[in-house]
Design a protein around this ligand. Structure first.
Ligand code: ADP
Ligand code: 5GP
Length: 200
């Protein structure tokens, strides 16, 4: 309305996608460390927690039934079946509240989710993280030591599909050297903050 007190801009919605193991998590962690005011969107997932992952922090770990209920009640902004086995989705409330309140928020989601978010919120800033090579990607996935051989093969196959959707992202960031790539992600964020207006 223009008469109410409130932030003079909506928050920035940063969407980060790219194949599993490319380093999205590492890049986002560093961005959040450098800019603690940026909020992290905690996704829901039906996959089991990895050692060290905390419920409500890394993900909301939910049952298939609970996930289905959230979908039906419209509680998810987007959701997708990722790697053909587990469901992942973004709770709608925290995203809408952050943007409304002028807080910036970052989503780490797959290309299907990214497409759905962009359709609903065209102002989203879309970033695709690419590996220097397929060999690097496989080594990082294996080196993380969190997935079985079968899961690694599934994720490598999905990487090709993820790549084929790179064109819908405004930014493509190659994660070769982590420190440099962190600076690139930060540069995108800082540039977006300086935009005079935000449109789809
Ligand atoms: P994602 O979130 O995309 O699945 P992670 O952030 O978990 O990927 O990274 C996968 C693995 O690769 C982790 O062990 C991480 O420390 C490592 N990694 C991330 N970026 C780089 C990089 N630039 N060079 C080498 N290893 C990296
Ligand atoms: P991981 O099992 O390695 O934590 O995540 C696997 C992939 O799931 C990530 O690379 C990311 O692309 C995707 N993902 C995580 N959260 C969400 C979400 O809320 N929605 C969608 N669509 N994908 C997600």
């Amino acid at each position: 309305s223009g008469t109410q007190a409130g932030p003079d801009r909506r928050g920035i919605l940063l969407v980060v996608a790219g194949p599993s193991g490319v380093g999205k998590g590492a890049l986002i962690r560093e961005l959040l460390r450098r800019h603690p005011q940026v909020q992290w969107s905690v996704s829901c997932t039906t996959r089991a927690p990895r050692p060290g992952e905390e419920d409500g922090v890394d993900y909301h770990f939910v049952s298939e039934a609970e996930f289905a209920r959230m979908c039906e009640q419209g509680e998810l902004l987007e959701w997708a079946l990722v790697y053909g086995c587990d469901r992942y989705g973004t709770p709608r409330g925290p995203v809408e509240q952050a943007l409304e309140a002028g807080r910036d928020i970052v989503l780490e989601i797959d290309y299907q989710g990214a497409r759905s978010v962009r359709a609903q919120l065209p102002e989203a800033v879309m970033v695709f993280v690419a590996p220097p090579s397929a060999t690097d990607l496989r080594e990082r996935l294996a080196g993380r030591n969190t997935e079985s051989d079968g899961a690694i093969r599934r994720r490598m196959r999905s990487a090709a599909v993820e790549f084929s959707h790179m064109g819908m992202f405004e930014y493509v960031l190659v994660n070769d050297e982590l420190e440099r790539a962190c600076n690139d992600l930060e540069a995108i964020y800082l540039a977006e903050r300086m935009r005079s207006r935000r449109c789809g």
